[in-house]
Design a protein around this ligand. Structure first.
Ligand code: HEC
Ligand code: HEC
Length: 272
């Protein structure tokens, strides 16, 4: 190539690459409103983003992998924990974690009820951004494991078979519904909710106790009732309820299919 050809090659090559780049940028921007559910950007979500910035949540937490790695990633937190828990947690984090055991503590930020509702609306919106499968693995911030619970190991995977028990176990570990984020299946390990290590036996004990006034007559029915209507019987424990109401999210009757609930019950009935 002589000098003129080299120059022409340079300009043509640069021009083509620039066009491709601009075209892809335009295409990405075209898709953003849909991927981010722009139509769901309510005033609460926008106020919630202000609460998020004002309190420097990002100095400790990550969203979509961005932020600081001191505290758990919160991208899918509303799907993993549900609003009632997050509300109670933000009012007084020290009720749920101990500085001694977890070696770190979230400060009490003295947020108003409105600020808490708004920041939850913001986190709920973030959780539904379509990231097109990015990141490829769930973000598990180092140190977010609760020692001895294996909670980091509880990563969702496909069920090894189509049997109800296997399907139920896979669903239990998936997020949503995020059962594993609040319940350990190790004996004696209470996270936000009680350990389900021997829930089939526990269920029988609960029904027999004089405090139980629900409608269930056997263990499977009790487990089903616990999932569909957490307030039918509220187990007593330090982080289990707030103002007498269960911190387990309501609404699984709508977000899970009857078949999925059958599978969860089948799996939990094997824990005895
Ligand atoms: C100084 C650091 C820090 C700041 C600032 C902070 N957090 Fe946290 N947060 C933590 C830590 C650490 C945890 C883990 C629990 C613990 O040890 O208390 C946590 C836990 C949480 C959890 C519960 C996670 C779970 O699964 O139990 C939520 C929800 C949360 N933070 C939301 C927020 C929001 C919203 C803000 C801003 C309004 C915020 N945090 C600001 C440090 C922080
Ligand atoms: C945000 C935390 C949270 C999530 C998520 C959660 N639970 Fe719970 N769960 C609790 C709490 C707290 C209790 C105890 C209060 C009560 O009785 O409702 C509980 C109680 C239970 C009980 C009764 C336990 C007993 O000892 O009587 C069962 C069964 C149960 N949950 C199953 C599930 C299943 C299955 C899922 C997933 C579909 C799930 N939970 C998701 C917090 C949670």
């Amino acid at each position: 190539m002589n000098k003129r050809q080299t120059r022409a090659f340079f300009y043509a090559g640069t021009g083509v690459c620039a066009l491709v780049f601009l075209g892809m940028t335009w295409d990405t921007h075209r898709q953003i409103p849909k991927l981010t559910n722009e139509s769901k950007l309510t005033s609460e979500v926008i106020q919630g983003k202000r609460v998020w910035h004002k309190n420097d949540c990002i100095n400790c937490h990550t969203l979509l992998g961005e932020g600081a790695y001191f505290a758990p990633d919160l991208t899918k937190i509303t799907q993993q924990r549900g609003a009632p828990y997050i509300k109670a947690f933000l009012k007084d984090p020290s009720k749920f974690y101990s500085e001694e055991r977890d070696r770190r503590l979230m400060p009490t930020l003295n947020l108003s009820d409105k600020e808490i509702d708004d920041v939850i609306a913001f986190l709920e919106w973030v959780g539904h951004i379509d990231t097109q499968g990015w990141p490829p693995r769930p973000i598990l911030v180092s140190g977010s494991a609760i020692p001895g619970t294996g909670i980091m190991g509880a990563v969702a995977g496909a069920a090894p078979s189509n049997e109800p028990i296997a399907l139920g176990q896979a669903l239990y570990r998936a997020s949503p519904p995020g059962c594993f984020a609040c319940h350990s299946v190790s004996p004696g390990v209470n996270l936000v909710g009680p350990s389900l290590a021997d829930i089939a036996a526990t269920a029988r004990r609960r029904i027999a106790s004089p405090a139980y006034h629900g409608a269930s007559k056997d263990a499977a029915a009790y487990i089903r009732e616990s999932i569909l209507n957490p307030n039918a019987f509220v187990v007593v424990g330090p982080t289990f309820s707030s103002g007498g109401l269960s911190l387990m999210p309501a609404g699984f009757d709508a977000s899970l299919t009857p078949r999925q609930i059958d599978d969860l019950v089948a799996y939990l009935m094997t824990l005895k």
